[in-house]
Design a binder for this molecule. Structure first.
Ligand SMILES: Nc1ncnc2c1ncn2[C@@H]1O[C@H](COP(=O)(O)OP(=O)(O)OP(=O)(O)O)[C@@H](O)[C@H]1O
Ligand SMILES: [Mg+2]
Length: 198
């Protein structure tokens, strides 16, 4: 019950957006924190956070508390809907204008007809009948992503697993391009050097 009240309060706050102040922050700091906090309780699942070095320079205009909440909601679901022995992964990726963090599981999966509805408030799919919950987590997660100018995409196959990807616009696109071109320059110089020795 206490949890439901908290969720409703979060939902009410994300509805008004008045309290969601945002500042430039490193996404990887939040994801690292979440990976540290969110170890599966019973040790029957394996959590792996990987390719986070790809997003280590990614800066977004964000609210750290809300973004943390978003990733915790996705991880809580991944743990809840993945049977013992399964695997949950958090994977970073960088696109031209966005940073993408995927939470993937090898769990029960979601039927195609439910894919668009699981983000609705209080909606729980047929697959959730053996687990308790309010059907609020994903609606809150989606609302937080939208308040960051982002979105959550979902791919899932029944019996195989689900992949939720949070996509948020980058704030430091120019900086990153600068960093990349420096790396590319270094790489090109090294290559030239190698060829010179052949
Ligand atoms: N990783 C997942 N694998 C399979 N089904 C999922 C997964 N995440 C969400 N779902 C489905 O989407 C529904 C909505 O998820 P949501 O997090 O909003 O609610 P909940 O987990 O049922 O309850 P709450 O999060 O409020 O405790 C779930 O009831 C379940 O049917
Ligand atoms: Mg949930």
């Amino acid at each position: 019950m206490a949890r439901m009240v908290t969720q409703l309060l979060i939902l009410a706050r994300t509805d008004t957006s008045a309290t969601m102040t945002r500042e430039p922050l490193l996404v990887v700091d939040i994801v690292d924190e979440v990976c540290r906090k969110a170890q599966p309780a019973d040790g029957k699942l394996n959590l792996e956070c990987r390719e986070l070095d790809l997003v280590e320079d990614a800066v977004v205009l964000g609210n750290a508390d809300y973004l943390e909440q978003l990733f915790l909601i996705l991880l809580e679901n991944a743990f809840k809907y993945t049977p013992a022995g399964g695997k949950v992964e958090v994977i970073g990726a960088l696109n031209e204008d966005t940073v993408a963090i995927t939470v993937a599981d090898t769990g029960i999966g979601i039927a195609e007809s439910d894919l668009s509805r699981v983000f609705d408030r209080f909606y729980r799919a047929e697959n959730a009948r053996f687990r308790s919950g309010m059907g609020l987590g994903l609606s809150i997660a989606q609302s937080i992503a939208e308040h960051h100018g982002g979105k959550i995409t979902l791919e899932s196959t029944v019996g195989q697993g689900s992949r939720f990807t949070v996509v948020v616009p980058l704030l430091n696109k120019e900086d990153r391009v600068g960093v990349r071109s420096e790396r590319e320059q270094a790489h090109a110089a090294k290559k030239k050097d190698l060829i010179g020795h052949m």
